[in-house]
Design a protein around this ligand. Structure first.
Ligand code: ARG
Length: 457
């Protein structure tokens, strides 16, 4: 296969070098974006009179044919042509003749690849945004369906205070909401046209970058040609936002693994999202949640790969940068499949209300409220804390629970305890009285749910 850059060379490329340096095996997936970019470039070249209008027309028609072939899977990519860009350009000339040789006027693969990857990333960002929203919807639906369920909220994985299960799941709603914001934010920096920077210095042709930007839906045109072909910040940002979203998915997954364990028994994940054991017939394992937890490592790895790749690279383009694609493709693919699978798994979760209720009566979840009761009777909080601590110690030593103690027993620790205490120690009462903004009181959680629905519109 004749190289598009072959003029300066006398010898052939080493076969090993050919397979070592090719990128088409992984960048072929950029073809639809590469073709869109080339069509916009050709149209602009024609409109500016840089190439003949008839040639521009031929190029555009030819590129559309190639796009169709790629879509149908009949197009054959040749590794000897290095990358997606040269495969398409060479196929174009094969199809339409000499007009195809004019497409690369006023452009370089350096701004071309930057363009393709920006267009691809923009579409990924939009798709991730939709998938994050679908996941948030699943979380809101789950919260709404379990408004009456109380479980022990935990710190240090120790029972702390009772909370609504809905409140717990709306916490994840918030996290994925911030993830959506992060992607929307970085989209602005992705959506800048690099084409027209040519190799690094701009071009001598009277190109119209604004026209190309407009056709391709870019909000802005890059201000510095050297920056435009060197910059991969937007991919690092993408992988960084993906890493944070994956971290959130991993926390949610870890809890599902814990909650579905025999020790917790809070939930059962649906059959469609669990798998069995080849030896132990009783097993129903939370493999999907575990895999999501595990895949976080890949995305962190992708981010680290990109940061390390770009560190210390002199301006402008260096071939090292070809190594940016596999990590960012992997990060996008991994994040997106994880978002989809978790959004589908959530409605399959069956909650064991009994186990959660039983758990909510263990571990002295009422202790803070006992102390708050004493504060209500005028005691400074620090003293109330001390007295309640002694009560808990007494219960722990005698294997009693706080709500079981008689009023006399309470009063032996403080004369301030009265008959109104016990009513305040039920999980329902404890939860309802936490009605500060952002708290777990049902009224607040219902409000949060309404806000959540609004955010999903
Ligand atoms: N395949 C290359 C990459 O992904 C395209 C740009 C090549 N530019 C160059 N000057 N060799 O980075």
């Amino acid at each position: 296969m004749k190289k598009l850059w072959g003029g300066r060379f006398e010898g052939a490329t080493d076969k090993l070098v050919e397979s070592f340096s090719e990128s088409v095996s992984f960048d072929a997936r950029l073809a639809p974006w590469d073709i869109r970019g080339s069509i916009a470039h050709a149209r602009m070249l024609g409109a500016q009179g840089i190439i003949r209008a008839a040639d521009a027309k031929k190029i555009i028609a030819g590129l559309k044919v190639i796009a169709k072939e790629i879509e149908d899977g009949t197009f054959v990519f040749d590794p000897a042509l290095e990358d997606v860009h040269m495969n398409i350009e060479s196929a174009l000339t094969e199809r339409i003749g000499d007009a195809g040789k004019r497409l690369h006027t006023g452009r370089s693969r350096n701004d071309q690849v930057a363009l393709d990857v920006r267009l691809w990333t923009r579409d990924q960002v939009d798709a991730v945004g939709d998938e994050l929203r679908d996941l948030q919807r699943a979380l809101a639906d789950f919260a709404e369906a379990h408004m009456d369920v109380i479980l022990p909220g935990m710190t240090h994985l120790q029972h702390a205070q009772p909370v609504l299960l809905a409140h717990h799941y709306l916490a994840y709603f918030e996290m994925f909401g911030r993830d959506r914001e992060r992607f929307a934010e970085l989209r602005k920096r992705v959506n800048v046209l690099p084409l027209g920077s040519a190799a690094l210095a701009g071009t001598t042709y009277p190109i119209d970058r604004d026209q190309v930007a407009k056709e391709l839906g870019f909000d802005a045109v890059s201000r510095n040609s050297m920056d435009a072909v060197s910059d991969r910040d937007y991919l690092i940002e993408f992988c960084s936002a993906a890493s944070i979203a994956m971290m959130h998915l991993s926390r949610l997954s870890e809890e599902l693994v814990l909650w579905s364990s025999s020790a917790f028994g809070y939930v059962e994940i649906g059959d469609a999202f669990t798998t069995g054991s080849s030896i132990m017939p009783q097993k129903k394992n939370p493999d999907v949640a575990e895999l999501v937890r595990g895949k976080v490592g890949r995305v962190y790895g992708d981010l680290t790969a990109l940061l390390t790749l770009m560190k210390g690279l002199p301006l402008t383009y260096n071939r090292d940068m070809q190594e940016d694609k596999e990590p960012v493709f992997d990060a996008a693919d991994t994040l997106r499949v994880c978002l989809r699978v978790v959004a589908r798994m959530i409605p399959s979760i069956r909650v064991n209300r009994k186990r959660m209720a039983a758990a909510a009566s263990e571990g002295f979840l009422e202790a803070t409220d006992v102390a708050d009761y004493l504060v209500g009777k005028g005691l400074p909080f620090r003293e109330a804390h001390e007295i309640t601590g002694k009560l808990v110690l007494y219960c722990a030593k005698n294997q009693r629970r706080l709500p079981e103690l008689s009023l006399d027993e309470f009063r032996s620790f403080s004369g301030l305890f009265g008959s109104d205490l016990r009513a305040q120690l039920t999980p329902q009462s404890i939860v309802s009285r936490r009605n500060t903004f952002g708290g777990t009181a049902p009224s607040r959680v219902r409000h949060a749910l309404r806000q959540a629905r609004r955010a999903l519109k």
